[in-house]
Every structure is written in structure tokens, then in C-alpha cells.
Design a protein around this ligand. Structure first.
Ligand SMILES: [Mg+2]
Length: 143
């Protein structure tokens, strides 16, 4: 959630409840990565577009850009109409758009022959390394 002065950390207890995970103990990183694999597989089962599953990265890449724009559009309207506060109604809309972004990340990963598990784990490893080396801030993909 975005407050007037920046991000407000979500209540993960509520998020786990919304995902049907209430009462289930939080799992380690490896277990969560397995969830990414299942999501990717199930999401791709709903994919319908030309060249699906044939390495067609163009369609999901364009969709990813479009859905990312939809997220930004809703945040822009929070700034324009609500003084930068994300209302509960807008938060619900943002959750749907972020889900759309996730779906296209999954589809693009599949078309590129990447597992979301690998993508997520690689990202965490990269960021952990940067943090450890004190280079989180700065420029360059290969820091
Ligand atoms: Mg959308």
C-alpha cells in the first residue's frame, strides 16, 4: 500500500489469509519457489494467443508492458484523485492488475524457456549479493 509519504508494508497475515493460507505456517524459500512453479504451469494452461508455446515472446512481452501501464495508471489516479492515498477500492483494482502482470511474467518466462522459480531465485540472489557488497544503490545491471 502506498501512504502519502511512501510505501506502507502490507500486513502479511492478511495476505496469507486472503490466499487461503491462514493457519498454515510460513514456509521456507524453497517451498515458496515450488509455488512459483505451480503458478507458472497453471497460468500457462489459461494462455490463448497466436504462437503459444512456440517461443512467441512478443505477445507476452507486449502484454506485460500493457499491464504494467495499467498498474501505473491506477496509481496515477490515486495521486490525481485521492491525494496519493491508495483507497481500499483502488487497492483491490491494483491487486487484480498486479495479478495480470504476474500472469504475463509467467507466460514470458515460459516462452523463453525459463522457470519462474529460477527467475525469482536468481533475482533474490542478485539483490542479496548487492546488499552484502553495499551496491544496492547505483547503476549497472552487472553490479
Ligand atoms: Mg489488466
Amino acid at each position: 500500500m502506498l501512504g502519502k509519504f511512501g510505501p506502507v508494508l502490507p500486513n502479511l497475515g492478511n495476505m496469507r489469509s486472503a490466499c487461503g493460507l491462514a493457519g498454515v505456517p510460513p514456509r521456507g524459500t524453497v517451498a515458496r519457489m515450488l509455488a512459483f512453479s505451480e503458478y507458472q504451469q497453471r497460468a500457462f494452461g489459461t494462455a490463448v494467443y497466436p504462437g503459444r508455446g512456440e517461443g512467441n515472446f512478443t505477445y507476452p512481452a507486449l502484454g506485460l508492458a500493457g499491464e504494467t501501464g495499467e498498474v501505473c495508471e491506477k496509481l496515477k489516479k490515486a495521486v490525481r484523485d485521492d491525494g496519493g492515498i491508495v483507497t481500499p477500492d483502488r487497492k483491490a483494482l491494483l491487486a487484480k492488475e498486479l495479478g495480470d502482470v504476474l500472469w504475463y511474467v509467467a507466460a514470458l518466462s515460459t516462452e523463453l524457456g525459463l522457470s519462474m522459480e529460477e527467475v525469482a531465485a536468481g533475482n533474490l540472489a542478485k539483490l542479496a549479493s548487492r546488499k552484502e557488497r553495499g551496491v544496492i544503490h547505483g547503476n549497472g545491471d552487472e553490479r
